[in-house]
Ligand binder design. Structure first.
Ligand code: ADP
Ligand code: MG
Length: 728
């Protein structure tokens, strides 16, 4: 046996023989009440620790966005520090979300030198409110030249500070926004907050029509996170997974997900222990996670929270991704968030459920029992329909990443064409509106379960359609095309802003008609009829995976862009920068900065994948194949020496040797093409990656995967799909 042999088998056996050292399943666990939010500087904690006036002033800041004054900040800082230190924190960090899509932190200790040459523990209001990380290495999309590299972080009091524990200590994390010294947003939080304000303003205007007295409307979000878990031994032996987040090689195993026996199946013990641990940590951080289950692909799982205010939900979503990844190590697992880690089995998404709610607790997308006469519901629903139809390009753009390209439009994920699934009942109601007045709602029958023991369930008329990228599911819309590894913030910025515009326009239309002495009902009738007739092409209840839909969508004139790069062209339309500027969400510089960053990320991602493909092919695949050729060649010699005819051996030798030839040709081509970066502009480089490097990479993989099926198992050093997906 050669050395590689023992190496891969060692890996498999390490994975198989993993024993979980973390067992406290039988120990008495703290109750949910005791742990939920225990690592956050929550409202309760603030109320307990702050003087009454300070607390009230802070609440006014949190709930109504009133500016905080320096005196208050000092007192809050002191209380926050005391709380953090009592909980073991020695350091604090301004926690922010740069445009890389992940989170960033720079830790400072609470220690400050004192005049006597010693040190004391201190944390001031100034340090709480503002930080100045040396931020020159975060992407700014040209907003900030390196000579003016200063970036500021600013405390977001509306998202609770929290403590992150590590095995040796703890850090106080303060959610912050991140901006350039000129005040331009360098992060995902600032535009998200601005977009929430835009939709708040317009929705409040609209609610006046309906005589609803709320003082605030905010968007709500619950994001369902899909992910893969494999034994970490495999990951450490797959340089492709480690460097790119996905496998760049791997022949299809005899069994993939055909049997569909993983979906909702019982969860393996080790995974369950891991999930329990993840949930406990998230509870402590105040993240209300609620469901967990197996997903469709082998080794794929999902975690979903209860929905929250969008700003907090977005912070909590980042924490969820972080905790999922860091906790995996404790259980000898590796958590993969990539949209398509394994070819041939389903990829991962992040269904982003979205709605609008008043501060008095009314969900504006709740149809009630008779939606046809719930004009308020129909108004907001129609506003979303208009927004999605008018700005298909923006929604498509907000999810345009190289990783999501592997998923969208494959027969498992929403198609790359944006459309809305409304459900039969609502679709009928809207079509009635076009013809005149909405007359009746389909009767909601009872769904009998065929057994007298089981209670009849009310039949949800908004039934399920898993193939729609944007579906109405009962009392919220579910944007399903969002990728599993991306920050949900940008898609939500888009969603909030287009909703704000649409609500604005519908409200103005209704107001105009009412000025012409029409009743509210007449005005609404007329406006809704107009909106639905103009935008009904976006509503589609059929099978989004079918080819018929592609033809139909083209006929309807819908926006069809199959790849991320095509979708990113929508940054340059006239309407898009104008829209974000009008609602004060992103100014032109901020908007085009995001374009530059998305192109840059696209280019770099593929460029790195190309290099990883070349390196693995060269150092791991080719040597195994050549070794096999050598083995076969000497076998031919020996067999010939004893006078036996060996057509089978010759045939195999020929096949292996031809594949080696093809692989080397493909590899040389990839290396040359990837080294030629494709010009001077980001756009041309990105195009070069898509049009030249991706096909060259795929070509290398074709021969490598063929070799995997030919070369003896004990020569192969890369863990196989079968091992990664099925050894648990
Ligand atoms: P499913 O989509 O499987 O039916 P749920 O109805 O429980 O599951 O919802 C999925 C996600 O949608 C959860 O995260 C849930 O909290 C969230 N959700 C429910 N209602 C709303 C709402 N009004 N706004 C935003 N998200 C919501
Ligand atoms: Mg869902």
């Amino acid at each position: 046996m050669s050395k590689t042999t023992s190496r891969r088998y060692d890996v498999v056996s390490a994975a198989r023989n993993y024993t979980n050292g973390h067992t406290n399943g039988s120990a008495k666990k703290p109750t949910m009440d005791e742990i939920f939010g225990s690592h956050t500087f929550s409202m309760d904690e603030m109320r307990k620790r702050l003087p009454k006036e300070v607390f009230q002033s802070l609440v006014a800041t949190i709930q109504q966005g009133k500016p905080i004054d320096a005196g208050v900040a000092d007192i809050v800082a002191l209380a926050m520090k005391e709380w953090a230190v009592e909980n073991g924190a020695t350091h604090f960090t301004h926690w922010f979300q740069p445009l890389t899509g992940s989170t960033a932190e720079k830790h400072d200790s609470f220690i400050t030198p004192n005049s006597g040459g010693g040190a004391m523990s201190r944390f001031s209001g100034k340090e709480l409110i503002q930080g100045e990380p040396d931020a020159s290495s975060f992407p700014s999309g040209g907003i900030r030249a390196t000579f003016e590299a200063r970036g500021y972080t600013a405390w977001d009091p509306s998202s609770p500070a929290f403590i992150m524990k590590n095995p040796m200590g703890a850090t106080l994390c303060i959610p912050t926004a991140f901006a350039s010294w000129t005040g331009e947003a360098l992060d995902h939080k600032i535009p998200l907050l601005r977009s929430m304000e835009a939709v708040n303003k317009q929705a409040l205007r609209a609610l006046k029509l309906f005589d609803v007295h709320a003082t605030q409307v905010y968007s709500t979000v619950g994001a369902e996170q899909e992910y893969f878990l494999i034994d970490e031994e495999f990951a450490y032996n797959r340089p492709d997974l480690l460097t790119t987040g996905r496998t760049l090689f791997g022949a299809q195993p005899a069994r993939g997900q055909e049997l569909e026996d993983h979906y909702f199946g019982s969860i393996p013990d080790r995974v369950l222990a891991y999930m329990t641990d993840v949930e406990e940590q998230l509870y402590k951080l105040g993240v209300p996670v609620k469901t967990r289950h197996n997903e469709v692909a082998p080794a794929q799982y999902e975690i979903a929270p209860i929905f929250e205010n969008t700003n907090i939900a977005a912070d909590h979503q980042q924490l969820t991704m972080q905790v999922l990844q860091t906790t995996a190590r404790k259980y000898g697992l590796y958590c993969i968030l990539h949209e398509k880690p394994f070819a041939g089995v389903n990829g991962s998404g992040k269904h982003t459920n979205w709605s609008l709610s008043t501060n008095t607790g009314i969900n504006l997308l709740e149809p009630g029992d008779t939606p046809h006469d719930n004009m308020q519901f129909l108004f907001f629903c129609a506003a979303v329909i208009k927004a999605v139809d008018k700005h298909q390009d923006l929604l498509r753009l907000s999810i345009a990443t190289p990783a999501n390209d592997h998923r969208l439009g494959a027969n498992e994920a929403p198609p790359a064409i944006i459309s809305i699934f409304m459900g039969e009942q609502l679709e009928k109601i809207f079509m009635q509106l076009v013809k005149g007045k909405a007359k009746k709602s389909e009767f909601k029958g009872l769904l009998g379960l065929g057994s007298p023991v089981l209670p009849p369930l009310p039949l949800h008329t908004g039934d399920r359609n898993r193939t729609s990228p944007f579906a109405f599911t009962g009392n919220k819309f579910e944007f399903r095309a969002v990728g599993s590894s991306q920050s949900i913030s940008f898609p939500l910025v888009v969603l909030n802003t287009i909703a704000a515009e649409s609500i604005d326009e519908l409200t103005t239309d209704v107001e105009k008609l009412m000025k012409q002495k029409k009743s509210l009902e007449e005005a609404l009738q007329e406006v809704l009829k107009d909106v639905v007739s103009k935008h009904k092409r976006i509503i589609f209840g059929g099978d989004g995976y079918s080819d018929d839909w592609k033809t139909e969508a083209k006929k309807r004139g819908l926006y069809i862009k199959n790849t991320a790069l095509e979708a990113l062209e929508a940054f340059h339309t006239k309407k898009n920068p104008a829209l974000f500027a009008k609602y004060a969400v992103l100014n032109e510089r901020e908007w085009f900065a995001r374009e530059e960053i998305m192109f840059d990320i696209y280019f770099k991602t593929i460029n790195i994948e190309g290099e990883a493909t070349a390196s693995i092919a060269q150092r791991m695949v080719l040597p195994a194949a050549i070794r096999y050729v050598k083995d076969l060649a000497s076998t031919v010699e020996s067999v010939k020496a004893v006078g036996v005819k060996s057509s089978g051996i010759m045939k195999t030798l020929k096949e292996a040797s031809e594949l080696v030839d093809s692989l080397t040709v493909a590899l040389d081509k990839l290396v040359a093409i990837n080294a030629d970066l494709g010009g001077d502009t980001l756009h041309s480089k990105a195009k070069h990656m898509r049009d030249k490097v991706i096909p060259a990479m795929n070509n290398v993989r074709v021969y490598a995967d063929k070799l995997e099926k030919l070369v003896p198992d004990d020569f192969w050093s890369l863990p196989t799909y079968q091992e990664m997906l099925f050894v648990k």
